[in-house]
Design a protein around this ligand. Structure first.
Ligand code: A2R
Length: 320
């Protein structure tokens, strides 16, 4: 039986499984994404949790007097102001680990698609051009012999690196703190890594420190044979610079699953033959998204039942 003394706010859209499971336990208050809307005081005072996929407006944190927990759908929680939440003693959780394999698999696919142009080759067949015009042109780029540098060797970055080992590429990484027990070459800055490798993969969170760190200086360092893959956050990229770098041959190609202002993709990207584009689908399989949905719900229910959460974000003040 749902405990209607507890209500959970759900701004905007979220995976349906979150709603299905949550409604067995609590009352759901569905509101539009964005600034707070009118909620009856009696209901407002029962809202102790938020389930969010996207951006949580700070107005909700300020206007819900009994809010205790924000459960974020996704490992990246740049849509939640964790500092503001902490000021209000609110716990923030996210969905790490359950998506590592899926995102790492997508990264390999995106990398191969970017260098070998498989989606375009398939279109060549589908459009009847193989028969009418002849074979798809040879791809100028190949994965063979590449030197790959990964920005961010965390949970997902490690899975990407492990998957790349059998591809016989050279592997290196940059993180702020060097990882113990890892044999890949460590670079002490992104710039140094970009100079040393010909393929950059970004899988860092969207933070102030990673905002637009991929700029023309980095693309110039990567060079004309360079391939840039981004499965972290679009906010890490200066898209003006990336578009220019792809247009003028500063780098050879880019594979992007994330964009600065999703779902608005800069039209220039669509014009670029050397850009391979995905609509933020790295974790988007039914089993992985179900696991993420379950973790969103289990964090909330665990908190309401026993004041215990499974996967708090590092910045959160978990009170037990
Ligand atoms: O810098 P460190 O030692 O904290 O290493 C983390 C690295 N990282 C950075 N590296 C260089 N410069 C930065 N400013 C910076 N900030 C963070 O990113 C660590 O190696 C990695 C993040 O790993 P995890 O926290 O385990 O995150 P996970 O689960 O791999 O997901 C990464 C991101 C998500 O935040 C979403 O944006 C996307 O992938 O799905």
């Amino acid at each position: 039986m749902p405990d209607h003394s507890v209500a959970v706010l759900v701004p905007g859209r979220i995976h349906p499984r979150v709603l299905e499971r949550l409604k067995e336990h609590v009352e759901i208050v569905a509101v539009p994404m964005g600034a707070p809307t009118e909620v009856a005081p009696e209901l407002r005072d029962r809202i102790r949790g938020v389930a969010i996929s996207g951006v949580l407006d700070n107005g909700w944190i300020e206007s819900l007097p009994n809010l205790e927990i924000v459960s974020n759908f996704g490992v990246g929680y740049d849509g939640v102001d964790t500092k503001k939440a902490a000021e209000h003693g609110i716990v923030v959780t996210h969905t790490p680990d359950v998506l590592n394999d899926e995102v790492a698999d997508t990264t390999i696919a995106l990398l191969l698609n970017t260098v070998r142009q498989y989606p375009k080759a398939e279109n060549h067949l589908r459009e009847g051009r193989w028969k009418n015009e002849g074979p798809y042109p040879l791809t100028p780029l190949s994965l063979k012999g590449r030197k790959v540098g990964i920005l961010g060797l965390g949970r997902i970055g490690m899975e990407i690196a492990k998957r790349l080992e059998p591809f016989k590429v050279e592997l290196g990484y940059h993180t702020r703190s060097r990882r113990e027990g890892v044999d890949y070459t460590y670079y002490s800055s992104l710039k140094d890594m970009a100079e040393a490798v010909d393929t950059l993969i970004s899988v860092v969170p969207g933070t102030a420190a990673t905002h637009k760190i991929f700029d023309m200086e980095i693309f110039k360092a990567l060079g004309e044979n360079g391939v840039f893959i981004n499965v972290g956050r679009g906010t890490s990229v200066n898209e003006d610079h990336l578009i220019a770098a792809l247009k003028n041959g500063t780098i050879a190609a880019a594979g992007l699953d994330v964009f600065y202002d999703e779902p608005n993709v800069r039209p220039e990207f669509l014009e670029l033959a050397n850009a391979c584009l995905l609509p933020h689908v790295a974790s988007a399989s039914v089993p992985t998204r179900n696991a993420m949905a379950d973790l969103v719900v289990d964090n909330l229910i665990g908190w309401f039942k026993e004041k215990k959460v499974i996967s708090p974000v590092p910045e959160t003040p978990v009170k037990r």
